[in-house]
Design a protein around this ligand. Sequence first.
Ligand code: MAN
Length: 216
Amino acid sequence: MYDIEAYLPAFVRSAIHDKLKALHLWLIENGMVADKTTAGSESSLLKAAREAVEATDKDLKKKAKELSKEEEDMKKDYGPSDIFRALKDKCISIESGEYTYELCWLGKTAQKSKKGHGNTNMGKYERIDWETADDEERLDGKSLGSGQRMVMRYEDGQSCWNGPRRRTDVWLGCAETEEIWRVSESEKCVYKMEVGTPAACGEEVAEKKPSGKDEL
Ligand code: MAN
């Protein structure tokens, strides 16, 4: 109970303490706490009181869990103006060679064998960086073009045979629809996904670009 208390705001803690103290006093006043003559059995009042305390304790644990989940969530980088928050838990995929590659926004990237050899974790979302792209424009529009682009880092994936853990750099280009344009393995177990998304378009993206690194 004390561990959980450490996560609670002081006013909640003191409110609970007051409630428990009042309950304890009430039990003493009504002679239900000190009665040790009937060892092993408990009065129905005592049982009700115990159940009330247990229920409060359970509720407290649940709330503390919710609180730590929220706190964890607040530490996550959802990009400029939190634009990626809405995409959380959404996944997109593309077939390429013998694999289907999957990107789950703010989750993980995966390489799934089409021949039933199983799934390989290519990294889990860590943060957003900015890097300079310098790619040819394409007629179909599926190009990063040139300039500063957001790169989502997915790290700590499944270990590579005799090598490092797999990781993926997810480069984002402005597009009308969410789509993985292409996947490449620049070096062994280091993957690059080029992805189009409306989240890489708007003004807030341009505003939140690190200063001094604008397009030339
Ligand atoms: C699998 C795939 C490849 C990777 C090799 C490394 O075949 O994950 O992308 O290069 O393992 O051994």
